[in-house]
Design a protein around this ligand. Structure first.
Ligand code: PLP
Length: 457
């Protein structure tokens, strides 16, 4: 990133604009407010997943079509949220509607293998260079299985994870996901902090945390726990802290370090898989791990997941040393949607389309940021991207803590009040779909320019 001039944005101006935008937001969403109030009688925090409870209030949705979604108050949005990175096919894609409708007429669940599952596994093998696959129903299940397979294969129990990476909500990896500053420990030797109550200390103790993009800290940790580490698990490009790119050579180096200590490398490609290139981070960064966890975009909008790996590593399932199972694994509806997604929708022209949209976003946003000397920057990776509200690049969690959360929230409100819905939270980023147009992404750029102008006026 070239050095640029930036000027601070006065916090008082940000607060003033937030107050006005929150008021506008609430005025336009009375029905969402009513449903949320009713929901709280039966759903804790009024939502089915705590991630869906975001300030100022959740937005209840009614329908989606193409690049757009409509909420229960009739507000229309260009969808940059895309279901937390799932809907790269866009909403109600005719091919998905056709495939799922056809399959549901033939039966929606058997808990027996179906032919589409073989086709999907072959395509994943081709894209991710992993010969063997099993299906799951979510990213959480995929990383849970990857961890168990790694532990079974190596006969070791300790895991190394990156500070602030999110790998789903199972106990082993709900450690130091967003540790509070008073508990997080030293930057080069972070503490293992449970993300929630209800996680046994004995499990937390088995997960050692290291900073992203820091090879000496990793080497020291591996040496300290010599002979104990089953796997290092990473989001190869972190996507739950805005977007944090790996330093050049980092992924190849951690693979080598893991192997030299008899440990495996797991890529959590739940967000990067099939979105940042056909073969995800594995292809984009040219490093093939020992195990890869997928979910989200591979299922075309149905609940899905997959774990893939080396022949010998996945051999622990073959030999029944490790259990991997689930009633809905390889469900026929999911497999029908996944087959069409991977073989017919996410083809070479889809990725060229994502790249063209990313270029429009990057160019337009960079121009506004430079013009208004804003302390933020843009990262785009094909269908994924986002604005990070810090002038210089974020390399790890400690850098991320310096991002301007108020400005990120203001930007979310500006977009939402002007017809673009984003996933909430400073740590989130956008997901594009094959059904987004240049006009759709220009809408985001224009809203951002309006915010920049208002911030400086
Ligand atoms: C990198 C990563 N891994 C795993 C998960 C968990 O996936 P799921 O919510 O499908 O369980 C997420 C969810 O956002 C994620 O971002």
């Amino acid at each position: 990133m070239a050095t640029r001039t930036t000027r601070e944005v006065p916090t008082s101006r940000v607060a003033e604009l937030i107050a006005g935008e929150e008021e506008k937001f609430r005025r336009a969403r009375p029905r969402s407010k009513k449903l949320w109030t009713e929901a709280r009688e039966v759903l804790p925090r009024g939502v089915p997943s705590s991630f869906q409870d975001a300030a100022p209030q959740p937005v209840f949705m009614e329908r989606g079509h193409g690049s757009r979604v409509w909420d229960v108050d009739g507000n229309e949005y260009v969808d940059f949220h895309n279901g937390f990175g799932v809907m790269v096919v866009g909403h109600a894609h005719p091919k998905i509607v056709e495939a799922v409708s056809r399959q549901i007429g033939l039966g929606s669940h058997f808990a027996q293998p179906v032919e589409d599952g073989v086709i999907v596994a072959r395509e994943l093998a081709r894209r991710f260079l992993q010969p063997k696959w099993r299906f799951t129903n979510s990213g959480t299940e995929s990383t849970l299985d990857a961890v168990r397979i790694a532990r079974g294969f190596t006969g070791r129990e300790r895991l190394i994870k990156i500070e602030a990476s999110y790998h789903g909500h199972h106990d082993a990896l709900m450690v130091s996901v967003e540790p509070p500053p008073d508990l997080m420990g030293a930057a080069d030797a972070p503490a293992s902090v449970p993300q929630s109550e209800g996680i046994p200390a004995a499990i937390v103790e088995l997960t050692t945390v290291v900073p992203f993009n820091n090879l000496p800290a990793l080497e020291k940790t591996l040496a300290h726990h010599r002979g104990e580490v089953a796997a290092i698990i990473v989001e190869p490009a972190m996507m739950n802290l805005g977007i944090v790119l790996p330093d050049a050579g980092y992924l190849a180096a951690i693979k080598e370090m893991a192997h030299s200590h008899g440990a495996l490398l797991i890529f959590d490609e739940v967000k990067t898989g099939v979105t940042i290139s056909p073969g995800g981070a594995t292809e984009r960064f040219g490093v093939t791990p020992d195990l890869v966890a997928l979910a989200k975009a591979i299922g075309g909008g149905l609940p899905c997941g997959a774990v893939g790996g080396r022949d010998d590593v996945m051999g622990v399932i073959e030999s029944k040393r490790v259990a991997q199972m689930g009633t809905f694994n390889g469900n026929p509806l999911t497999m029908a949607a996944s087959k069409v997604t991977l073989l017919e929708i996410l083809n070479a022209s889809a990725y060229s389309h994502f790249d063209a949209l990313a270029e429009t976003l990057q160019g337009g946003l960079d121009e506004t940021i430079a013009e208004h000397e804003l302390p933020c920057h843009v990262i785009t990776l094909s269908a994924r991207g986002g604005v990070t509200y810090r002038a210089s690049r974020v390399r790890n969690y400690r850098d991320y803590l310096e991002t301007d959360k108020a400005l990120a929230y203001l930007s979310w409100l500006y977009q939402c009040n002007r017809g673009v819905i984003m996933a909430p939270g400073a740590e989130e980023n956008w997901t594009l779909s094959v059904q987004h147009s240049v006009e759709d992404v220009q809408h985001y750029v224009d809203n951002f320019a309006e915010m920049a102008k208002d911030l400086r006026s």
